[in-house]
Design a protein around this ligand. Structure first.
Ligand code: AMP
Ligand code: MN
Ligand code: MN
Ligand code: MN
Length: 287
């Protein structure tokens, strides 16, 4: 049913050139503003360096910016993404932890480069670095290099052929445990959210285990509406949020204009039965 109330438009998951997004923090804020987003969280992978620039631009445009980050974490030996929202970005233990993860990314990058070298693709590490803006090194940057060098046609093929889980250039890394990630976020005064829960393709039993462990760690939020989930998945995720009394979040996971199917400001509303995660900070700051 169309919503006729003039509610603010939230997008609590997005990326800039401070991780693997294509737009600078300023350009990302301009874009979000143009698309009608009122409250944006910049959630770069393992990095909060873009937030100051984004905040300056958001202030200029009268937009609200929420501190965010998407932390590479391990649950049950696999990589999962935990989004932190509305935390103190100057919190030292958290920043030390994130710096560590960025170092892990450098090491992993070297090993990805070696794997690709063995597969007959040379210069991948330097090539990926050239795409990375010197901030964090991501598989996305390797994918961009593989496209640019003609090894694959598009980033998706780069993940399917080389970089995705279990593929020949996929190497594991020492990410933070989910427990550690949630502790960092909470101790910095923020809220932890399971990012794009449907993307892990877990069975119902394993998804329940994941959620139960997350709650045990102190996690509170669940990305019910995500740009990397379809409408049916969003609905399913809303059921999990309700069942486990998790606060619901919503985010496009926007990475830039190279994902032409994904736009900001067009995400469906959270189902009315969900409790939005922003009620946590809006209630606490308005009283
Ligand atoms: P990393 O954080 O370095 O492990 O890289 C993961 C990032 O790769 C994700 O955040 C996505 O932005 C991107 N990614 C993952 N799978 C794909 C895919 N199939 N096609 C394009 N990008 C992808
Ligand atoms: Mn990404
Ligand atoms: Mn993610
Ligand atoms: Mn993301």
């Amino acid at each position: 049913m169309p919503d006729i109330e003039n509610k603010p438009c939230y997008d609590l998951h997005s990326h800039s050139t401070s991780s693997d997004g294509e737009l600078s923090p300023t350009a990302l804020i301009d874009y979000a503003h143009e698309k009608g987003v009122d409250v944006l969280a910049l959630t770069d992978h393992d990095n909060t360096a873009g937030i100051a620039e984004a905040r300056a631009q958001a202030d200029k445009l009268g937009m609200s910016l929420i501190n965010g980050v998407e932390v590479s974490s391990i649950w049950n030996k696999r990589l999962v993404h935990i989004v932190g929202l509305n935390f103190d970005i100057d919190n030292e233990p958290f920043q030390i932890g994130l710096a560590n993860l960025r170092e892990q990314r450098e090491e992993r990058g070297e090993r990805i480069g070696q794997r690709l070298e063995k597969l007959g693709i040379s210069g991948a590490l330097a090539g990926a670095r050239a795409f990375s803006n010197g901030q964090i090194l991501s598989r996305t940057h390797f994918a961009r290099f593989l496209v640019a060098s003609g090894a694959v046609k598009n980033p998706n093929e780069a993940f399917k052929k080389y970089l995705g889980d279990g593929k020949p250039a996929c190497v594991t890394s020492e990410w933070a445990s989910m427990e550690q990630t949630v502790e960092w976020i909470k101790n910095a005064g923020g809220h932890a959210v399971i990012a794009h829960p449907a993307r892990y393709k877990l069975s119902a039993t394993r998804l329940r285990l994941f959620i139960e462990d997350f709650i045990e760690c102190g996690g509170q939020g669940f990305e019910v509406v995500s740009g990397s989930q379809d409408a049916a998945e969003n609905r399913k995720m809303a059921d999990y949020a309700l069942r486990y009394e998790l606060y619901a979040s919503k985010g496009s996971d926007y990475h830039g204009p190279n994902q032409p199917w994904l736009s900001m400001g067009k995400m469906p509303d959270l189902p009315a039965v969900c409790t939005p995660i922003w009620s946590l900070w809006e209630n606490s700051t308005s009283s």
